[in-house]
Design a protein. Structure first.
Length: 258
């Protein structure tokens, strides 16, 4: 009698042919193992490879990308070091249990929707200076802003790093709440504030070492940089912020005019 088949508790990661594999990575300024690591990382972050799945063998990865096994091993080791993969002697390399795709949120284009987005974020103060200072682009102007640098998390994962300046007279309305809660929902909820214009500018950049560490992404990974300004009807700046969002957590939705 044949022995009953024992189900494998770990799913095998889907083959490269289904996951956009690319052979023969050309030589260039970026090391091949870094390029391979980026492509493997994309498969995890996009949900193609799920937590607990076993990676293809080094031989398979080397064949897929047209490189030697040591190069494929370097790529895998880089992701193990990041915590995205987990290697167990004699059992192989797996996608870590915590490696779930980050929830994306739209970069809203209305003040109310922006406040709703920030309402679900959890802030942590990295730095605060309650001695009033001037805006970074307003040299010579009177110091009248409270400065905070904060890390916002979404569903327990780092989402954005923000350096913000809030007018001192606004901060004094609820200093405890402004220290511990997202600032934008608090400002929007206060109907006495004269927010006549809210403007934000988006540019695409790459993460420096500090930002990458805070957001839990590789150095040089894409980030969305946003400069955001709220002004009153007399032109006074009420709020100014410089924000770095992790690129895989942001989507921009635009209704095109006909």
């Amino acid at each position: 009698m044949n022995a009953p088949e024992v189900p494998n508790r770990k799913k095998k990661a889907r083959s490269a042919s289904k996951n956009g594999g690319h052979k023969a990575i050309p030589s260039g300024p970026i090391p091949r193992y870094v390029i391979i690591a980026d492509r493997l990382r994309q498969r995890v972050e996009s949900g193609i490879w799920h937590a607990g799945e076993t990676l293809p063998s080094l031989h398979s990865l080397a064949s897929e990308f047209g490189v030697a096994r040591p190069t494929a091993r370097q790529a895998v080791q880089l992701l193990v070091k990041e915590g995205l993969l987990s290697s167990q002697r004699g059992q192989g390399t797996f996608v870590s249990a915590t490696a779930t795709p980050i929830k994306t949120t739209p970069l809203e284009t209305s003040l109310y929707e922006l406040a709703q987005t920030y309402r679900v974020l959890v802030p942590r103060i990295l730095e605060i200076d309650e001695v009033p200072r001037a805006l970074p682009s307003a040299m010579g102007q009177p110091p009248q802003y409270i400065y905070m640098r904060r890390l916002h998390s979404l569903d327990g994962r780092p989402y954005c790093v923000i350096s913000l300046y809030i007018a001192e007279h606004i901060f004094k309305l609820a200093p405890g709440k402004f220290r511990s809660e997202p600032v934008i929902p608090l400002m929007v909820a206060n109907k006495s504030l004269d927010i006549a214009q809210a403007r934000q500018t988006l540019s695409i950049g790459t993460a420096d070492a500090e930002t990458a560490t805070l957001l839990g992404i590789p150095v040089g990974a894409p980030v969305a940089n946003v400069i955001r300004t709220f002004t009153s009807s007399d032109g006074s700046v009420l709020y100014y912020a410089e924000v770095a969002y992790r690129g895989d957590g942001i989507r921009l939705e635009i209704d095109l005019k006909s």
